[in-house]
Every structure is written in structure tokens, then in C-alpha cells.
Design a protein around this ligand. Sequence first.
Ligand code: 13P
Ligand code: SF4
Length: 317
Amino acid sequence: MVHAAVIAPKLDLFDEIGRLKKELNAVILGHYYQDDDIQDVADFIGDSLQLAQEAAKTKADTIVFCGVHFMAETAKILNPSKLVLVPDLKAGCSLADGCPAEAFAAFKAQHPGHFVVSYVNCSAGVKALSDVIVTSSNAKKIVSRIPKDQKILFAPDQHLGRYLIKETGREMVLWPGSCQVHEIFSEKKLLQLKERHPQAKVVAHPECEAPVLKLADYIGSTRGILEHVVASDQKEFIVATEPGIIHQMEKQTQGSGKVFIPAPPDSACACNECPHMKLNTLEKLYLTMRLRSPKLEMDEALRVKAYAPIQRMLDWS
Ligand code: 13P
Ligand code: SF4
């Protein structure tokens, strides 16, 4: 059991992780929703498309992936011979977990002749049943490339799917999945917050529900949102995505006086934080590197099937 291992209390984890990185010839990839400490120790921080692109081109022998399971799985699909380590194998995703491959195969069989577009937030099993993968960064571009007379099935995020239907004008059959984090933002509380901050611009991830997206001044992937607030001449933003991204927003706009307000969830809980992403901690990251475990493993036949639609995405991006 990895996490039963003891960490000496005086150990400087940042130094130790740096030392282990050299020892393993490792690259640490981290998603914007990770804890601040992990973001600060990572070699590369990105959204799911950037992380897949970085994983596809890395020269390191070991990829230490700080994100959720499907993201590390994508890195492994692209790098079968590399060691892919994850701080916690249980870091899942409500979208991926809500779309089991067997049920998805049956859904696909009910819609013959459809081109299957799957959001990257899904398991390797679902990827293997797909024609192309998209992320929130490239979904509009990829859907627009599909011939007009081709019927489309989109999975697993219904909210992103509806947003794409609106943006591209394409009809799509939708799998009824959703992100537990982005679904929790409250339209009512957002309206109240906007009243208190009349100058604030709302930036939102397309996994949010339509009434929240309607209130947004900018909609995009985590990377898109970050680039937007950095470039904007506005000073105040309400951020309708996982608040981990605010760390990079503050770092990249230091001294500008810009203010970032997390969009409020529906209740008093902290459920706008992704409980899966937050399973990763600096301590687990250190232990994972020290013990070379847990590592991501995958059946080769499944990997080969899941590779083709990911490669198509990278080619079309
Ligand atoms: P991005 O593609 O913006 O990184 O989104 C990933 C994700 O899990 C959002 O909840
Ligand atoms: Fe999945 Fe939502 Fe967490 Fe992203 S924020 S990893 S979509 S549960």
C-alpha cells in the first residue's frame, strides 16, 4: 500500500521531488485543477488537450501525471513503453464513470451509421468505441470538420454536447452524462453575485449547464479561460469552473490588480472543487515517485483501439 509509507516530517518535498525527477528522468504533468503545490512543482501545467499534446511529444522515460485517471490513461495510450505514474489511481471523473463502455456499446448499437465523437473525459473502453476524441479546446473545430450529411453521436457530456449543437448548428445524439462539479454552479447565485459585482465578467467552462453559460461573457476550456483573463483589459472576473485554475490566473496577472471570484455552487458545500482532482496531494506525488507506484497499466489490444481516435484528434487539432 503506497500511502502507508512514512514521510520523514522534516523532508523538503519540493527538493525530494526534484531529486526523484532526475533519478527517474521524469516529467511531471499537471492539470489546472490540481492543488497549488502540485501546480508549482509540475514541469508543465495545461488543459486536457495541452497535456495530451505534451505527453505525445515528451522525451522523458517516466510521465508522472497529476490529473485524473482518464488523462493519465490518454498519456499511456500515447506512450505504451513509458512508465506512467499517478499519485492516486482512484482519481476518477463523474463523466468517465457515468459512461461505462458496455452501456455505451449498446447505445452506439441503437444508433447505427452515426460518427462517434467522444469527449476526452471518458475511459479507454469508450475511446476504443469512438471515431474521434475531442477536448473542450478543439471540439468546435473537430465537429465542424465532419461532413454535413454525416449523423453524429456525442458522449459523454450532454452540456458540452448542447453547447456544440448551438455553436456548430450540427444535430447530435447525446449521451446523458454530466460533470458533477460544473453542474453544481447556481444560476440564481451567479445572478446575485453579478449584482454585487456589476463590473465583473463571467468566464465559464462549456461543461456548465445552459442557464449558466447564458450568463457568460466568455466560454472556453480551462486554457481558453486562462488566456482570456490574462489578455483582457477588464479587472474583475467571476470564474465558473473548478477554482484550481485561479492559482494560475493570479500568478500570470500578478501586479495587474485583477480579481478572480469563484462562481458559487448551489449549496454551502465546497462542491465546486473537483473531489477527484483533489485526491492528489504533494505527499502522494512524492511517494508515487519514490515507490514507482501506483502505475498505469493497460491491455495492449484495448490501447491500440483507443489510440486511433486520439491520434485523429491530434491530427485534426
Ligand atoms: P479542460 O479540457 O478544459 O482541461 O477540461 C477538463 C476537465 O476535466 C474539465 O472539467
Ligand atoms: Fe471530471 Fe468534472 Fe472533475 Fe473535470 S471537474 S475531472 S469533468 S468530475
